[in-house]
Structures are given as C-alpha cells and as structure tokens.
Design a binder for this molecule. Structure first.
Ligand code: ZN
Ligand code: ZN
Length: 258
C-alpha cells in the first residue's frame, strides 16, 4: 500500500510538506504530547509558505481505521507469562523472559489476584488455549498470569522445554528479595490493543544507537533537540518515537546480560 503523506491544508496547494507520513506524524505527535499536553503538530509548506496545524485526533483520523491504535475492551488487559532466566548472573536480581497474553477479567480479589479467560495464544504457554480459565496477580506494574484452571484447580503454567526469544518477548528484572519491584527492560508497542514488545529495544541498545547515529540530523527531535529513534511495530504497523525519557520506569541494564 502506498504511503499517505500529511497534506498542506491551503486550498489548491496539494503539497505534502517534508513528505512526512501520517503514521510518522501520529508517532511524533504522541511522543511530543508526553511532555507537552497542549502540543499541536505543525508543518510549514515550502510551496505556499503557510503553516498547517494538526491536532493528534486530526492526524489519527487520517489513518485508515484498521491502522489506528485501538483501546482494549474495558474488561480486557495484557498479562505476562514469565519464566526465570536461570543463567542470569547478577546475584542481587532475578530475571525473567516472557510475553503478553490477552485476558478478559472475570473477578478481582482485594489482594490483587484476578481470575479471567484467556483470549490470545502465547509461545511462552504453548499448552494453553483461548477460552482457558486462568489466574494471576499483580507484581509491580504488571499483571502476571500464573495458573491455568484444570478440573477446578489452579495448576502452575508449565515451563516450556525451551524459553524462546521470539520477536515479541520482554526481559523483566526484579530485586531478588522484592518481586514487587519488577521492571521490564523493553519498549512496548504504543497501540494498546497490540501485544508487541520491542524485544531488542532496551536502554543499552538505545544508548548504543544514539551514540552511533549522533551525527545524523534526523535522529534529533526538532522541538526538544533530544536524540530520538523511530520504531515501527512489525505486528500492527504502529510507529513509535522514543527518547531517553521513554525508558523512565523501565529496567536500565548496564550490559546485555542475557
Ligand atoms: Zn502549501
Ligand atoms: Zn503493534
């Protein structure tokens, strides 16, 4: 499908200033709105010399409906199925690998435990099927899927023979003695209804990339002058722009440890 560029809005100009795609403009808008909630995307046209302003909603409405980020239904959420990384070398921390599974919540308990129906498959829980009843709990900021209900009883989700590093896995790290401090090291797709985790995009990778690309003017945000990197989700196609601040609240490992 051909790229759709953001148009100049001057009547009869028909120009597409800077050949910026609607998808990229949405990602840039989303990124700048994080620090400036009043931010409005602007393009200055070299043909008619006028400025066009676009709100985030206007840009999003120019995307085809199936390309727009979608909210999850109110009772759906992403839970993580995680397994210990046995080879993790840091004595004071515990590391896990895993991916996301979509859950429809049935009940929640006061202690944070929940019970729900599995709505998606995961290579990290290959024996589970959609429609299975599952149980889990919150750990830090993340919901963790721990049990599948079999014959009325919660059975721990079996560890697959091999913990695969798919293109959508996350690395999670917690303090050995405090699981409530669980942090993910990876950037997520910014489409709320997409399961994708940018497996290779950790803070270490980001730091290495901006160092390597520091001479390229396209790797700086023109408003904030921060080094930025544009990511495109291989699952849903949503673009996301990240900077140093995108790793706020994520685990910043000193070295690739796994
Ligand atoms: Zn124009
Ligand atoms: Zn996605």
């Amino acid at each position: 499908m051909s790229e759709v560029y953001l148009p100049c809005n001057t009547p009869n100009c028909h120009s597409t200033p800077r050949k910026i795609t609607v998808s990229t403009a949405r990602a840039l808008s989303e990124y700048r709105l994080r620090d400036d909630p009043k931010y409005i995307f602007q393009l200055s046209c070299s043909k008619c010399k006028k400025n066009t302003k676009y709100t985030y909603e206007e840009i999003t409405s120019m995307l085809q409906p199936e390309k727009r980020p979608q909210s999850l239904p109110y009772d759906h959420f992403w839970a993580y199925v995680l397994f210990d990384v046995v080879a993790w070398k840091k004595a004071d921390r515990r590391a896990y690998l895993g991916g996301r599974m979509l859950i429809q919540r049935l009940t929640s308990e006061a202690n944070g435990d929940w019970y729900g129906i599995l709505k998606s498959l995961s290579p990290y829980a290959p024996t589970l099927k959609t429609g299975n009843y599952v149980k889990g709990k919150r750990r830090g900021k993340y919901e963790i899927c721990l049990f599948v209900i079999e014959g009325g009883n919660p059975v721990p989700i079996p560890r697959p023979p091999q913990i695969l590093k798919t293109e959508s896995f996350g690395l999670f790290v917690s303090l050995k003695d405090n699981d409530s401090e669980l942090l993910c090291a990876n950037i997520f797709c910014s489409n709320p209804s997409c399961h994708h985790i940018f497996s290779t995009m950790t803070y270490t990778k980001f730091s290495a990339l901006i160092l390597r690309e520091q001479l390229d003017e396209n790797s700086y945000d023109e408003v904030t002058f921060q080094p930025i990197i544009k990511l495109e989700c291989p699952v849903c196609g949503t673009e996301r722009v990240i900077d140093e601040g995108s790793f706020e609240g994520l685990y910043k490992e000193e070295k690739q440890g796994v």
